[in-house]
Design a protein around this ligand. Structure first.
Ligand code: BES
Ligand code: MN
Ligand code: ZN
Length: 502
């Protein structure tokens, strides 16, 4: 897809399609008004006859509108003018893109980016439009032998901005939107890949590809023998029941001076979570291929920031392994010695994510990080608490939590904070080891984070539980959402001090 920005009037456009908004009830947006005048009331006539009410998401495609140079005019219902918010804006853009893609307009000039969205500027509107478009047009086809493509797909879209002065802002928004979208696509592609292909070695290969594509990126793969030397007893235990070797990929992005402390992202990369000896029930077990969604998001974010050339240092960890019930598998009752030296009694082999992450979190101490964020499809309890709309955010450092919430608000990639009070730590007490890997009844997302907090005392840390947000479940619509690449990249854009054009 090709994107650009322009500042022009609708009647002067010579395009396959121009896209303008209509509010409810039957009220023309400023741009639609201009078209109406040129066409001598053609549009207002249609509305009067009841062809379009203006309800959010309604579409009416017109051909050969009198005195209009463009072949088509797409009228898009935008709901009540005063109620147009961020969510509606994104939905309207998505519907528009689908309509354009299906109705043969290979290019379009879109004026929806001029609509007034509460509290949002041109940068935001253009960037969101780019991300929504790329999200809409994504499909995972690499393993299909027959692919249905639209005959005349949308190839080029021009977003209009109200004044010429805003053109550089729009261009910056396009660059950011494309950079973020590229990372989201990477995240989706590995997330959708089946577990017989996407194993820990495959994740490592993706890290290598990034290294080859960008001079600013270098990687190191920690294999099982190195983990052994490092004393990563907990991480190794999880992978022991699988024939696929555990591999931890360390991806370094160098965008600033070497002496600037890196931000570290750690992603849970369980390429298939069968539950191990504490085997999961069969229903929807296929979806546990997305238990590497955290690693996929870290990979995607690294891709985005390399593309955007952000002036910071970031290290991304893909903590790859597979949780299987092989004859050498770890068991409930086992006591593991973690890299930190702390011992853990395993009460359930299905609470494996924290056992992998805890050693990865100890490993990253060596980088003297500025801060560490881990990203993981960690608990079913998070899906119960927050559903699919918000990622769970837990942190021992308030300023960091606020920065992340701010980035989530800016990007529309939502997160919601849960508490991490010491009271919950009691739920991890063990009679045999320092603590257990199971928090028991109640507050499963919090006790999982409490477990991780015991390994993150040496730096500022936040944890994102993406069990509900990384994946769309069920039906033919299921698949990776690419979340939370957008939030993380926004956080890093903010951190790198790149102004957004205001
Ligand atoms: N990968 C799962 C969490 C999960 C569940 C992600 C559903 C996405 C959807 C994790 O490893 C797990 O199995 N967690 C257990 C923890 C429990 C045994 C304490 C869970 O949530 O049931
Ligand atoms: Mn599990
Ligand atoms: Zn898991």
């Amino acid at each position: 897809m090709e994107f650009s920005v322009k500042s022009g009037s609708p009647e002067k456009q010579r395009s396959a399609c121009i896209v303008v908004g209509v509010f409810e009830p039957r009220r023309l947006s400023a741009v639609a008004e201009q078209l109406d005048e040129i066409s001598e009331g053609y549009i207002s006539n249609l509305l009067r006859r009841g062809d379009l009410e203006g309800k959010s998401g309604q579409m009416l495609l017109l051909h050969q509108v009198p005195n209009i140079l463009s072949e088509r005019v797409l009228l898009v219902g935008c709901g009540k003018e005063r109620e147009l918010d961020e969510r509606q804006y994104r939905q309207i853009i998505s519907k528009t893109i689908n309509t354009l893609n299906e109705t043969g307009s290979m290019e379009a000039v879109c004026f929806l980016s001029e609509l007034h969205v509460k509290g949002r500027d041109t940068y935001w509107k253009v960037r969101q439009a780019i991300e929504a478009t790329q999200d809409c047009l994504y499909s995972f086809n690499s393993l299909k032998t027959r692919i249905e493509e639209p005959r005349r797909p949308l190839r080029k879209i021009i977003f209009n901005v109200p004044t010429r002065r805003e053109l550089p802002i729009g261009e910056r928004a396009i660059a950011h939107g494309l950079g973020v979208s590229e990372g989201i696509t990477t995240c989706k592609n590995v997330g959708n890949m089946p577990p017989n292909i996407c194993n820990p070695a495959y994740l490592a290969e993706q890290a290598r590809i990034l290294e080859n594509d960008y001079d600013s990126v270098s990687t190191h793969i920690v294999d099982e023998s190195e983990m052994e030397e490092l004393g990563m007893g907990s991480y190794l235990a999880v992978g022991r029941g699988s024939a696929n070797e555990s591999m931890m990929s360390v991806i370094k992005y160098n965008g600033a001076d070497n002496d600037s402390a890196p931000i570290v992202l750690v992603g849970k990369g369980v390429t298939f979570d069968s539950g191990g000896i504490s085997l999961k029930p069969g229903e929807a077990m296929d979806e546990m291929k997305y238990d590497m969604g955290g690693a996929a998001a870290v990979l995607g974010t690294m891709h985005s920031i390399a593309e955007l050339k952000l002036p910071i240092n970031v290290i991304g960890i893909l903590a790859g392994c597979e949780n299987m019930p092989g004859s050498n598998a770890y068991r409930p009752g086992d006591i593991l010695t973690t890299m930190s030296g702390q011992t853990v009694e395993v009460l359930n082999t299905d609470a494996e994510g924290r056992l992998v992450l805890c050693d990865a979190l100890t490993y990253v101490e060596r980088f003297n990080p500025e801060l560490v964020i881990d990203v993981a499809t960690l608990t079913g309890a998070c899906v119960v608490a927050l559903g699919k709309h918000a990622s769970g955010l837990l942190s021992t450092h308030n300023p960091l939590a606020h920065e992340l919430l701010n980035a989530s608000d800016q990007s529309g990639d939502r997160a919601w904070r849960l508490p991490l009070w010491d009271e919950y730590q009691e739920q991890l007490e063990s009679p045999f080891a320092d603590f257990t890997n199971l928090g028991g009844k109640g507050a499963g997302t919090i006790t999982a984070a409490c477990f991780l907090a015991r390994f993150t005392k040496k730096y500022h840390w936040a944890h994102l539980d993406i069990a509900g947000t990384a994946w769309r479940s069920g039906g033919k619509d299921k698949g990776s959402t690419g979340r939370p690449v957008s939030m993380l990249t926004q956080f890093l854009i903010n951190r790198s001090g790149q102004e957004q054009g205001e």
